[in-house]
Structures are given as structure tokens and as C-alpha cells.
Ligand binder design. Structure first.
Ligand SMILES: [Zn+2]
Ligand SMILES: [Zn+2]
Length: 95
């Protein structure tokens, strides 16, 4: 998946990277309870393939995986923070 930002920046994400970054309560955990992604080291291939991406309002993308998991709302703030191009890595390292 590739996002072309308004400022001209481009970010690309593998489905695997997006899956492991899923921000939903089930994956991340809530109220001090670890989520699923903290407990597993391996995800099935169908968990790691994107089936559909849809825009939620003006602020996020909902990513549906082939496994049927589609509860993660990836805000643009999160997506920008996930960008791991050389430029963003260098900016983060400088902080
Ligand atoms: Zn999730
Ligand atoms: Zn970047």
C-alpha cells in the first residue's frame, strides 16, 4: 500500500507491517490486558494479506485483511509514524 501525502512525501507499507501495527483493542490490548499481537510471534498468511482498504472520515484508513480482521483504524498520524523510508528513519534517529 502506498500513500502519497499532501506534502509530497510518499510512504509504502507492506501488508505484514500494517498487520503487526494494527491499533485495534483486540490486537493491542486494553485496560492493562495485553493484546493478541503481544502474545503471538507468528500470524497465518491470510492475516498478512490486505483484502480491502477504505477511508474513514478524513482521518483514518480501515484495513481489512483476508482473515476477516478489519477492526483496525489506522489514523493518518499513525501511518505517518509507521513510515520507514530512509528520510523518516533519519528524522526519527535525530530526535
Ligand atoms: Zn487488530
Ligand atoms: Zn517517510
Amino acid at each position: 500500500m502506498v500513500i502519497a501525502w499532501e506534502d509530497g512525501h510518499r510512504s509504502s507499507y507492506s501488508a505484514e507491517r500494517l498487520r503487526w501495527a494494527c491499533p485495534c483493542a483486540e490486537c493491542r490490548g486494553e485496560a492493562g490486558v495485553p493484546g493478541r499481537l503481544a502474545r503471538v510471534k507468528h500470524l497465518d498468511p491470510n492475516e498478512l494479506r490486505v483484502q480491502d482498504v477504505s477511508l474513514v472520515g478524513q482521518y483514518a484508513l480501515q484495513v481489512a485483511f483476508e482473515s476477516g480482521h478489519a477492526t483496525g483504524l489506522y489514523t493518518f498520524v499513525l501511518l505517518r509514524a509507521l513510515c520507514d523510508c530512509a528520510e523518516c528513519q533519519a528524522r526519527r534517529a535525530a530526535k
